[in-house]
Design a protein. Structure first.
Length: 293
């Protein structure tokens, strides 16, 4: 019964874990205020846009939340529920267009970013602030502002616009390059290479030196002993599985069977010696005719 209740609890909590709305997991990652020759929306128009990043490894549905450019009006734009486009994949992004044309779709907001000082996300209750981003006044055309690392605390103007993509565009150093910087003369590499060679030779020496012992092992005898032990174990299990009453009944039946194999004979057999000591079969007198008178 306890297992059934535990299973039901997991089933009930699974949707909450998969489609989480944790208030600390959504971040306004990147915004573009002035769009002259940049990202184009699905109507072929250039508008300001807001990119939101899901920092978790779960799906998050923004349906029912609010976006605004006025803290005093937290419910300015309501994000409708039930649209798959509002479902952000793990470590994924979603872009809303600040076009002031909400009739173009749920991703088109009812405000623009020009002359705005802040962008904020509020939860479905319209009161709880999830995240906000202060917009600096010195905005440039086609230059985005946001987090230098996805979901990170450091803000600034970005070198490239990356809607629906990571803000980190610089390729980091490879492990080989890092190791080369740490060991410019190759001393550590030489020591590591020689250590690998000597360790390999030592292991090979130990292996070949003990190869005769390995070949002298009688594997068939080992397997035979294991087989015999396994049979004994199976017999012991069978013996343990038979109750004492059954064993006693079987023993009594066997005893009675052995006792009744031979009948008790009461007749007496007497052997008497015959008067003739020869065998009648070899006597010639029985084959001769009587003499005539």
């Amino acid at each position: 019964m306890k297992h059934k209740w535990f299973f039901c609890l997991i089933v009930l909590l699974l949707p909450l874990m998969v489609f989480s709305k944790d208030l600390s997991t959504l971040k306004i990652n990147e915004i573009l205020v002035i769009n002259d020759s940049n990202y184009i929306d699905d109507f072929g128009e250039r508008n300001g846009w807001i990119e939101i990043f899901n920092t978790t490894y779960n799906y998050i549905d923004m349906g029912g939340m609010y976006l605004t450019n006025d803290i005093s009006n937290p419910t300015k734009y309501y994000i409708p529920k039930g649209d798959p486009r509002t479902l952000i994949p793990p470590r994924g992004f979603i872009v809303f267009y600040a076009s002031n044309k909400p009739t173009h779709g749920i991703l088109h907001l009812n405000f623009i970013l020009k002359n705005s000082k802040v962008v904020a996300i509020f939860s479905s209750d319209g009161k709880t602030l999830i995240d906000k981003l202060d917009i600096p006044p010195e905005q440039q055309s086609d230059v985005t502002y946001g987090r230098l690392k996805d979901g990170g605390p450091e803000l600034g103007f970005l070198k490239k616009t990356t809607p629906k993509a990571s803000n980190i565009i610089e390729q980091g150093s490879t492990p080989a390059e890092i190791f080369g910087e740490m060991d410019p003369y190759g001393i550590a590499m030489t020591i590591i290479a020689m250590s690998v060679v000597f360790i390999s030779l030592t292991l090979l020496y130990i292996l070949f030196n003990n190869s005769s012992k390995i070949y002298s092992i009688n594997l068939s005898a080992i397997f035979k002993r294991k087989k015999v032990a396994k049979k004994k174990e199976e017999k012991a299990k069978i013996a343990e599985s038979i109750p004492g009453e059954v064993a006693a009944a079987i023993a009594m039946s066997l005893y009675q069977y052995q006792a009744q194999i031979h009948d008790v004979e009461k007749a007496v057999l007497t052997i008497r010696r015959v008067s003739r000591t020869y065998s009648p079969w070899s006597s010639k007198i029985y084959g001769l005719n009587k003499s005539p008178r």
